[in-house]
Design a protein around this ligand. Sequence first.
Ligand SMILES: [Zn+2]
Ligand SMILES: [Zn+2]
Length: 251
Amino acid sequence: MRLTILGSGTNLHPTRAAAGYLVRTDQTILLDFGPRTLSNLLKTGVDRHRITHILFSHFHADHFSDFITFYFDAVIYTKHGGGWRPDLTLIGPRGAKALFRSIMATFPSFSDPPFRVHLKEVTDRALRVGETLITPRRVVHVPDLNSVGYRIEYKGKTLVYSGDAQYCDSLVRLCRDADVAVLDCSFPATKPGPVHMHAGECGQVAEEAGVDRLVLSHFYPPADRADVKAQAAENFRGTVIKGKDLLTIRM
Ligand SMILES: [Zn+2]
Ligand SMILES: [Zn+2]
């Protein structure tokens, strides 16, 4: 399994794209699709028209807005460019169907694409795509907002992505014994903020869950100005990696 970080920042970070990750197993999967991550996807050399599943953690713009550009491009490619693409399955927490239906309905020439679009809302039930097992789990982010993290298992290896999350038992359980956990490190421990974790809490989650490698990501600019690796390592004995755009991690 290979993970490539497409975006390790937030909405308007000056040097990092917002949230987005490319996961390669027997499938080519995207986790979130925030602003500027589509440009980074092109840099990986992956054929965007072969992506069949996109998993969304929640519907803040820094996690989904490049999907709109991706979708328009896919429709133009298949309708007018003579291209073909397989079905596209969009997976997310409750609210996903209403959001994607409204995006498609808003633009009439894009509401009936030449490929099938499947919409799936998830809570905590696992699903299998080919040989890849995907387990979503609800996590706490903003009160009253449906947010999930994802656990992806393939050939005995496990990758977990928190989405945006606060420290919560559910996230620790999702991360249990993961080879790699990519956690929301919006803030430095020295300057924590609301509804996200800081570096120290990322270390705490990784330690309690028995994670092997912790990848810190989703940085607001103040997190870049602190030594978040050292702050996470104060609570975690495993390996800490500071995420950056286009970094690939193999497991
Ligand atoms: Zn969010
Ligand atoms: Zn976010």
